[in-house]
Structure formats: structure tokens, C-alpha cells
Design a protein around this ligand. Structure first.
Ligand code: PSU
Ligand code: MN
Length: 315
């Protein structure tokens, strides 16, 4: 078994690691980080808290220990209790916090639901290398004007964590997102497909930069990257299961509608992704929520298997 990365003492003072997660890390066992923005700002209640519980169960069934990450009362939380999941799902004071917000929330003692970016950073501080989410942020459509490029990409550029997602939401510019990942040396791997997936849909029309056929191959890529001293993350794209997908031809006009509605409201910045996800649930009559939940479960199962394979390579 590998030795876990030492947590700097001054960081450990700000962090509460759930005993189950701490035990797994101490043994070099597989751990999968899970984010909390998807709970507090990505889905309605009560589906959000049900998803949060179910995704932890799926990680366990696939041989790893789940560590849902958030900031509560200014403390970095790695692994949550059922009551803490419920609080994230219901409390309206929980802010969506990305990397830029992390020091503020820690310093002022607030509650924060962590995005992919800030979850990656906290996972890395705790010594966790694999993380499952729904979809990753990216370059927003119209970013040439708005400069709206998710900090998820910045974090993938610099933090040594593998993010398993169903690709990049088609509310974003997928081609430009893949360009930015290439610029930053982030391997974008798709599991079992030559086409990069588009969150609700298996197909995006964009070729995947790289393809792996198994979780074991993905784990070998992580091991090779970090052994070579190539710091930064890996994006492992996992297409939504066929039976749960909304084909691109159906979802595209619905996404266009949501983008038009957002423009009419004049929303920008951190509000855009939560608004668009919620509006698409309304426009699709709830179908997109079922798809979102299904793809999160699928990503959690894959992430658990990648984490187990990676732990085996470290042993
Ligand atoms: N995937 C989902 N639902 C979500 C998100 C991802 O299925 O709510 C969240 C993630 O936390 C991601 C964030 O980091 O959306 C991106 O927000 P922004 O575009 O503001 O960076
Ligand atoms: Mn943004």
C-alpha cells in the first residue's frame, strides 16, 4: 500500500476528514471525492439529497470510499454526515464557491457548496486523486465577449486530480473547451468512445482527443502523468448511458431556449450554470434531471473503479 501524501499541519487544522475517509487514506485505499455545488445549486430538493446519498452508495458498491466535499462553518469538510448532506440540500445560505471564494468562506466561517474547481483543490489537499461529478465547467458560449471561462479548467491545469464527468455541457462551447484543455496540457480521455460526450447526449460532434477502453487504462494514464512529474489534472469523460441520454437533436433547441431566456434576464457569472440547469429541467418537463442523476451515478461507478485500479498501481 502507498503512503498517503502528508497533509500540511496548518491545512489539517482547517480540515475535518470523516473517520471512514481518514482510515481509507491511511491504508492507501481507493477514495472518490464528490462535489457539493451539484447538491446545493445543481438540482431541486428532494432529488438533490437523494442523489447525494445514492452516489455515495454507488461509490461503495464499486469498491471505494466516498468523500463528499464542502465548506461548513468555514471548515473544509472531507466526507459528510447524513445531516450535513441534508443541510447542503436545503439551507439557502449555502453559497456556490469556486476556488476564488475558498479563502473568503474559510476566513469568514460561512457555508459553501464546492464546484469542480474548489472540490479538486480540497481533494488534493487531503491526498485524494480521483473525483466524480456530473459535468465539468468550460468555456461558455460567447466567451469572446463575456470572458466567462470556468475556473474548473484552471484547476484542471494545475491540480493533480482526475475528474470523471459526462463530458462538457452543451450549454458551453465544447470545441473551445477542448482547445483550452490542450493548451494547459490536460489529457482529455473518453472512456470507450472516439467521440467526446456532451453531458445530456452521448455525442457532441467533436472527436475525443484521446480514448481509453477500460478504467485500468485510465488509471495507468494517471500513474504515468504524475510519475513523469507532469503536474495537473486529467479529464476522464464518460458518456451518459444510452438508455438515459437525451439525443443532441432533441436537447439542442431546448438548450438554445434556456440560453435565450437567460439573456433576457441579463444573468451572468456564477449564476449562469445553476440557472441554465434549472431552466432546462423546466423546459424538458423533468427529463433532463433524470438524465443528470443517471450520468452522475455512472460517473461515480467508473471513478470508484479508476480509484481502485490506481491504488493497485501505487501498492
Ligand atoms: N455538473 C452537474 N451539475 C452541476 C455542476 C456540474 O451535473 O451543478 C456544477 C459543478 O460544480 C461545476 C459548476 O464546477 O457547475 C460549473 O460552474 P461555472 O460554470 O460557474 O464554473
Ligand atoms: Mn463562469
Amino acid at each position: 500500500m502507498s503512503t498517503p501524501l502528508p497533509i500540511r499541519p496548518e491545512v489539517a487544522q482547517l480540515m475535518d476528514i470523516h473517520p471512514e475517509v481518514a482510515a481509507a487514506l491511511a491504508q492507501g485505499g481507493p477514495v472518490v471525492a464528490l462535489e457539493s455545488t451539484i447538491i446545493s445549486h445543481g438540482m431541486p430538493y428532494p432529488q438533490n439529497v437523494e442523489m447525494a446519498r445514492d452516489v455515495e452508495a454507488v461509490v461503495r458498491e464499486n469498491g471505494a470510499t466516498p468523500a463528499t466535499i464542502a465548506v461548513l462553518g468555514g471548515r473544509l469538510k472531507v466526507g459528510l454526515t447524513p445531516d450535513e448532506l441534508e443541510l447542503l440540500a436545503t439551507d439557502k445560505t449555502v453559497q456556490k464557491i469556486s476556488t476564488r471564494d475558498l479563502p473568503f468562506t474559510v476566513a469568514l466561517g460561512g457555508h459553501g457548496a464546492t464546484t469542480v474547481a474548489s472540490t479538486m483543490r480540497i481533494a488534493s489537499l487531503a491526498g485524494i486523486r480521483v473525483f466524480a461529478t456530473g459535468g465539468t465547467g468550460g468555456v461558455h458560449r460567447g466567451a469572446g465577449e463575456s470572458m466567462d471561462i470556468s475556473a474548473d479548467l484552471t484547476e484542471l491545469a494545475r491540480t493533480d486530480v482526475c475528474v470523471v464527468s459526462a463530458g462538457v455541457k452543451s450549454i458551453l462551447d465544447i470545441g473551445l473547451t477542448l482547445e483550452v484543455l490542450e493548451t494547459h496540457g490536460v489529457p482529455a480521455l473518453t472512456l470507450g468512445s472516439g467521440e467526446f460526450p456532451a453531458f445530456y447526449s452521448r455525442r457532441s460532434g467533436f472527436a475525443s482527443p484521446l480514448t481509453v477502453q477500460t478504467e485500468a487504462e485510465a488509471a495507468r494514464v494517471l500513474h504515468a502523468k504524475w510519475t513523469l512529474g507532469l503536474s495537473g489534472g486529467v479529464l476522464l469523460a464518460n458518456p451518459v448511458p444510452a438508455e438515459a441520454e437525451i439525443p443532441a437533436a432533441e436537447i439542442t433547441p431546448q438548450i438554445e431556449q434556456a440560453l435565450a431566456d437567460m439573456a433576457a434576464l441579463g444573468l451572468s457569472g456564477k449564476e449562469t450554470t445553476p440557472y441554465l440547469l434549472g431552466r432546462i429541467v423546466e423546459i424538458t418537463g423533468g427529463r433532463s434531471l433524470a438524465t443528470n442523476i443517471a450520468l452522475v451515478m455512472h460517473n461515480a461507478a467508473v471513478a470508484a473503479r479508476v480509484a481502485a485500479e490506481y491504488a493497485g498501481l501505487q501498492a
